[in-house]
Design a protein around this ligand. Structure first.
Ligand code: C2E
Ligand code: MG
Ligand code: MG
Ligand code: MG
Length: 278
């Protein structure tokens, strides 16, 4: 069924994305076999508590290494996976493997680790998602709050459906965050209605907080808004110390970005970050 859908849809990404048409058909056929061929890898980017300096949460970011296409960026293959429906098996693979990773780190003594997974709109609206997540948590004997689900505003269009899915996830006990906050069709209404835990300030605002007074004002406002609503807030895309100073001053407790670490392999997390963090 997924296959048929993929075929029917391939015109769309040709129009949307500036990549040659035949490339996309070939890329799709490679992506279809990426899991079984072990071409997918999950990298992890630490999220730093700016007050304590600790890194006890990470964002899982998918990487695809293919013999023909080389190292394909998520910005290229995630939209392709969404359009073809391949995002469902790929997303399930990510959930399964992140849970496995958390279990392995917990076994090594890192009990307080939390990992955030990106869930794209099509995945989010899938009826069986909460059940899949629940089963993965049970399989690896994990408490639900070690897993965070990142969704974008794009996944929240259908309010009734979104509320139902979020409530089911909340019932399981996973942490829920809004990714790229402020860049979608934001409506303050959903902050009132949906059971959210974290707002992630999009990197486009954080990028120029020191130079652009509008970005500075928006960032401060998001931080204040989050705290007023009892939500945690994480700044994305922090690349230098002046941004850290700004965020500390604005009472933002958590940040993520190249200044601290780019996304790295699980091995690198283990040998460099977790050891220093114990
Ligand atoms: P995102 O969830 O907003 O992830 C943040 C992106 O910003 C990541 O790009 C990360 O590498 C990058 N980044 C982190 N710190 C900095 C910084 O200081 N400066 C700059 N310029 N960039 C920074 P990446 O890994 O290429 O992922 C791109 C997007 O692909 C993600 O955006 C997410 O929407 C999507 N994605 C990645 N992995 C998955 C996945 O497993 N499932 C789904 N559905 N989507 C994923
Ligand atoms: Mg994200
Ligand atoms: Mg983001
Ligand atoms: Mg993004």
């Amino acid at each position: 069924q997924v296959k048929q859908k993929g075929k029917a849809h391939y015109r769309f990404y040709n129009a949307d994305m500036n990549v040659a048409f035949p490339n996309y058909i070939l890329m799709e056929s490679h992506l279809r076999r990426a899991i079984e061929k072990n071409e997918l890898i999950i990298y992890y980017q630490p999220q730093v508590n700016l007050i304590t300096g600790k890194m006890d949460s990470f964002e899982a970011l998918l990487r695809w290494q293919n013999p023909v296409f080389g190292f394909v960026a998520p910005s290229q293959f995630i939209p392709l996976a969404e359009d073809t429906g391949l995002i469902i098996p790929i997303g399930e693979w990510v959930i399964e493997n992140v849970c496995k990773q958390i279990a392995s780190w917990r076994e090594k003594g890192h009990q307080n680790i939390r990992i955030a997974i990106n869930i794209s709109p099509k995945q989010f609206l899938q009826h069986k998602l909460p059940e899949f997540i629940k089963n993965a948590l049970i399989k690896y004997d994990l408490p639900p709050n070690v897993l965070e689900i990142e969704i974008t505003e794009g996944a929240m269009q259908d309010t009734r459906m979104t509320l139902m899915m979020l409530n089911r996830l909340k019932e399981i006990g996973v942490v829920i965050s809004v990714d790229d906050f402020g860049t979608g069709y934001s409506s303050l209404n959903y902050l009132k209605r949906f059971p959210l835990d974290i707002l992630k300030i999009d990197q486009s605002f954080v990028k120029e907080i020191k130079m652009n007074s509008k970005d500075a004002a928006i960032t401060k406002t998001i931080i204040h808004l989050a705290h007023s609503l009892g939500l945690e807030v994480i700044a994305e895309g922090v690349e230098d110390f002046s941004q850290v100073e700004f965020l500390l001053d604005a009472k933002c407790q958590k940040a993520q970005g190249f200044y601290f670490s780019k996304p790295v392999s699980p091995n690198e997390i283990e040998t460099n970050l977790l050891v220093a963090n114990m």
